[in-house]
Ligand binder design. Structure first.
Ligand code: SF4
Length: 420
């Protein structure tokens, strides 16, 4: 049966005799089920969470290694394909998201028997029995592939808006019709003119074309088309400003280097790094849910559980009792609960209250806050620094003379002026 075909239950073609046979079998299963289940359970070794025994009949030729696109983490995946049909998705054992990068600490044991990532020179004939971890959303990618409603071709609206009338067209037709419309809106002869000569910082009319893909997992390709090929600076208006801007801002604030390359993303700030979960002593998850939806969720979740096994304590702040909250430890003896269920939309008030309490009770790390640049941090043995406590910054003019002025939103980390 084609996977997109649906079979009704009960099957209308089923006659009374067949129905009695099926229901008799079901009744016997219901009566004998518990016994059967018990004997099966006692014979089956219990699996540890995350274990997933390989299929006994699969071969190395059945396995294709690729990358999961079900979220932005882009974990590795291992697809079992038989006769052209995708049967199962698992984690890619070669990939650092799916298996532990630090798991190869026992050189005396084969990586096939540990949780360590497989060395890249492990031949596929050896690796195919080995699985990496993959989250449920990643495993459900098979449903996306075979979703009968999956859009596989460009659709052109052929009725009024909201009429629901669409027509399938070829990629060639889609590209040529889009190009023709762009040529009318921004004619080739106008593209190198300024949008407004009185405001030259707006740039050329090429910038009037904006590509807003939501979350573009193929950003490198779309950047080549729209930024390098077409020439607009508005080549990737994604959703970062409402999703992970806080992480970029916080990371930027504690790594700002005024001498950093102004051409690098963030102008001397390092924004894209992740928390050192295994190196932490205490973790506070504030609007973050690493056991379900952070990224890379598979690696973050694994590290968080290892952190907990190592004796680490963490607290989850979230209106919902999510999985991260359910596994949280709190700090017993200090009256700190595992889960703080705030009301939706009150995160800012809670954060301001915490800041107020920290300042009032002088619980801030004054020495750390004195390190406003990289040199001061290095002298103090700190890997990071922050100028976030200052609204006024010290700058140097082109003659090398220092001066003070209010910092801009970009310098304060509220915007990097590039993508956030
Ligand atoms: S976290 Fe899950 S959904 Fe996201 S890329 Fe990894 S396996 Fe896929």
């Amino acid at each position: 049966m084609n996977r997109s075909e649906k079979k009704e239950w009960p099957d209308p073609s089923m006659n009374r005799r067949t129905f009695m046979k099926v229901s008799g079998t079901l009744a016997a299963w219901v009566i004998g089920g518990p016994l059967f289940t018990k004997s099966r359970l006692s014979a089956t070794p219990l699996l540890v969470t995350g274990e997933n025994p390989a299929d006994a009949i699969e071969t190395a030729e059945d396995i294709i290694y690729s990358v999961c696109q079900m979220c932005h983490s882009r974990c590795g995946l291992r697809a079992k394909v038989k006769e052209g049909i995708l049967l199962k998705l698992d984690g890619n054992p070669y990939h650092p998201n799916n298996r532990d990068v630090n798991g190869n600490e026992r050189p005396d044991i084969s990586p096939l028997e540990t949780d360590g990532r497989l060395p890249y020179d492990t031949p596929p004939e050896v690796a195919f029995r080995s699985l990496g971890r993959m989250c449920l959303k990643g495993q459900s990618g098979i449903q996306t592939l075979y979703d009968p409603y999956r859009i596989q071709h460009p659709l052109k609206r052929v009725g009024p808006r909201n009429s629901g009338k669409w027509m399938t067209i070829s990629w060639e037709q889609a590209f040529s019709e889009i190009a023709a419309k762009i040529n009318v809106l921004i004619p080739p002869s106008d593209r190198d003119e300024y949008i407004n000569p009185a405001i030259p910082e707006l740039g050329k009319k090429r910038n009037q074309l904006a590509f807003a893909p939501g979350r573009s997992v193929e950003k490198e390709l779309s950047e080549r088309i729209w930024r390098s090929g077409w020439g607009t600076v508005n080549s990737n208006l994604d959703h970062t400003s409402i999703c992970e801007a806080t992480r970029h801002v916080a990371n930027g604030l504690i790594t700002w280097d005024p001498k950093g390359s102004q051409n690098s993303l963030g102008g001397g700030r390092i924004e894209g790094w992740q928390p050192d979960i295994l190196g932490a002593e205490f973790l506070l998850f504030f609007g973050a849910n690493p056991l379900e939806a952070d990224f890379p969720m598979v690696g973050m979740a694994r590290n968080l559980m290892q952190f907990k096994r190592n004796g680490g304590k963490y607290v989850a702040i979230d209106p919902r009792f999510n999985n991260t909250a359910a596994k949280a430890t709190g700090v017993s003896g200090q009256g700190i609960p595992p889960w703080i269920p705030i009301l939706p939309g009150t995160d800012g008030a809670l954060a301001m209250g915490m800041i107020h309490w920290i300042i009032e009770n002088k619980k801030y790390d004054a020495q750390y806050l004195r390190n406003t640049d990289k040199e001061a941090a290095l002298a103090d043995g700190e890997p990071t620094w922050s100028d976030a406590t200052y609204l006024v910054g010290k700058f140097t003019d082109i003659q090398g003379k220092p001066f003070f002025r209010y910092v801009t939103a970009k310098e304060a980390g509220l915007s990097n002026g590039v993508t956030v």
